[in-house]
Design a binder for this molecule. Structure first.
Ligand code: ZN
Length: 273
């Protein structure tokens, strides 16, 4: 599943081909993915100039003067920039055509989304899918204070609280295990029991891990132009994730795997208290 770093790298990859370019056509090859496509999308976007690209959590935002196109890659979606005459394959559902190139959305499992939020409905942050999102982990509004203040009443385990996404977005299953390891926090610890000093370490770990993943993903940028464009998680060497039974890279103890809310959590009992 594409996570925040993959979406941000996708944004950076497609941005030069979108920003300040005029949409010449929109191609919809089915009626929708997770939700129906806005049927008037071709009329809404044709002839309009892309002003900017952005991202909120895992939502890619393509901004026009009269509104914002919101794209979510779902479980299996990806975007590529291709020459205009590229023949579509079975899972290619949506094209945004910009002169001699097009941005194509491929999504075999069809959990992705293409939605429109017009200016008349307020800023895009007010969209029903965006307004409940927590702070951007790489933005200025995210800090240890954000985590501390919003967890004083939360007795749920910190791993679960991170995954919930209402305090901070983009800390998916892999990044939650990894950042808790780096911060030395046991994933089962109730969020309200964690001190501000420990949240300082956690906030720093979250930022560092996501920034490193984005940086690593930058080397795959060429995949967005031509080729097959298939990308999973960026190849990173993890401290604990998916390393059940293997020695902890710090203390040598066997990494443990537990289930928290149906998701696997990996941690080291020695290093994480
Ligand atoms: Zn350890």
């Amino acid at each position: 599943m594409p996570e925040l770093p993959e979406v941000e790298v996708t944004r950076r990859g497609v941005a030069p081909y979108l920003e300040n370019h005029i949409v010449s056509a929109v191609v919809l090859r089915r009626s929708g993915l997770r939700w129906p496509f806005p049927p008037d999308l071709p009329a809404l976007l044709s002839g309009r100039t892309v002003r900017a690209t952005g991202r909120r959590g895992k939502y890619l935002l393509i901004r026009f003067d009269h509104g914002t196109l919101i794209i979510h890659l779902g479980m299996s979606g990806h975007l590529r920039i291709l020459p205009l005459d590229s023949a579509p394959l079975k899972h290619d559902h949506f094209d945004l055509v910009l002169g001699s190139r097009l941005m194509r959305m491929t999504d075999p499992r069809r959990f992705g989304a293409v939605l429109w939020h017009g200016c008349e409905d307020g800023t895009v942050d007010e969209h029903v899918l965006l307004r409940g999102l927590g702070a951007e982990p790489l933005g200025e509004q995210f800090s240890a204070q954000t985590l501390y203040r919003h967890t004083r009443q939360r007795s749920a385990a910190i791993k679960q609280v991170l995954l919930a996404g209402d305090i901070v977005v983009g800390v998916g299953n892999i990044y939650a295990s990894e950042s808790l390891f780096r911060a030395g926090i046991n994933p089962k610890t109730p969020a309200k029991r964690i001190s501000l000093a420990r949240y300082e370490k956690l906030a720093e770990a979250i930022r560092a891990i996501l920034a490193a993943a984005i940086e690593q993903g930058g080397s795959t940028l060429r995949d967005f132009v031509g080729a097959d464009g298939q990308s999973g998680y960026f190849q990173q060497s993890y401290f604990v994730y998916d390393r059940c039974g293997e020695p902890c890279r710090i203390c040598g103890a066997a990494v443990r795997q537990i289930k928290q809310g149906q998701r696997s959590t990996f941690y080291c009992v020695n290093c994480q208290k």
